[in-house]
Design a protein around this ligand. Structure first.
Ligand code: 13P
Length: 254
């Protein structure tokens, strides 16, 4: 059985004060839920304070990005060893980083290896654009992203990763993928590609989330799908609604 995992990607939202106040508001409710892993991914500057506010709780902390080098002349970047004291997870290859910050499959692959080397659990994002979806290219494109992300990784390393399937057209649009469609891509394309690469046992061990306009209203439908192991949540993770999503997940899958 894969333990469900709901992660909140705050993106570029919440000041330090807002971040700490929000975490203090929701931590007690989240601490009550042991059957779902919950993770908060604030902006870099809030990581130490959020980690401190969540100390001695079961709630995880994640970064939203990371450089693959340990140090050097990389203005504006953060290294894995700088993040490791404050987090257990790191989101890698989010479509916004691929589109706006020119991240490549090759760079994402290097970041996954660096994260694992520092005992950070990568949340590896994949997903097709609207054009690709409409042209019937979803399977080939997403499968290619998975293959590129995991190039050179062993089965043991792959099993330590989480994958988030986030169709780009569903992110921040209110136009979520149906649970049936998301479950089909996750099962056949993402898990299917992992099975091709590593065999069925590893593929069955990897947790795969859905992301894209997930909220308290629709989370139950996604969680009822046996191949969807949780969600990577943007907008709804900034609000108390996020607690409801984790409670609903526990009710369905717990
Ligand atoms: P929304 O939930 O706001 O659509 O964002 C999804 C996302 O990109 C999470 O990483």
């Amino acid at each position: 059985m894969r333990k469900p995992i709901i992660a909140g990607n705050w993106k570029m939202n919440k000041t330090l004060d807002e971040a700490v106040a929000f975490v203090r508001d929701i931590r007690h409710a989240l601490q009550q839920i042991s059957t779902v892993d919950s993770v908060l991914c604030p902006p870099f500057v809030a990581l130490p304070a959020v980690a401190e506010a969540l100390q001695a709780t079961r709630i995880g902390v994640g970064a939203q990005n990371m450089h693959y080098e340990a140090s050097g002349a990389y203005t504006g970047e953060c290294a894995p060893n700088m993040l490791a004291p404050f987090c257990q997870y790191v989101i890698l290859g989010h479509s916004e980083r691929r589109a706006t910050f020119c991240e490549t499959d090759e760079g994402v692959n290097k970041k996954i290896k660096a994260a694992l080397a520092h005992n950070l659990t990568p949340i590896v994002c994949v997903g097709e654009s609207l054009d690709q979806n409409e042209a019937g290219q979803t399977h080939d494109f997403v499968s290619g992203q998975v293959r590129a992300a995991f190039a050179g990784l062993s089965a043991a390393q792959a099993a330590r990763c989480i994958i988030a399937y986030e169709p780009i057209w569903a992110i921040g649009t209110g136009k979520s993928a149906s649970a049936a469609d998301a479950g089909r891509i996750i099962g056949l394309t993402v898990r299917g590609t992992m099975a091709d690469l590593y065999g069925e046992e590893t593929a069955q061990a990897v947790r795969i989330q859905y992301g894209g306009s997930a909220n308290a209203k629709n989370i139950g439908e996604y969680m009822q799908h046996p191949d969807i192991d949780g969600a990577l949540v943007g907008g709804a993770s900034l609000k108390p609604e996020f607690v409801e999503m984790i409670q609903s997940t526990a009710a369905v899958k717990g």
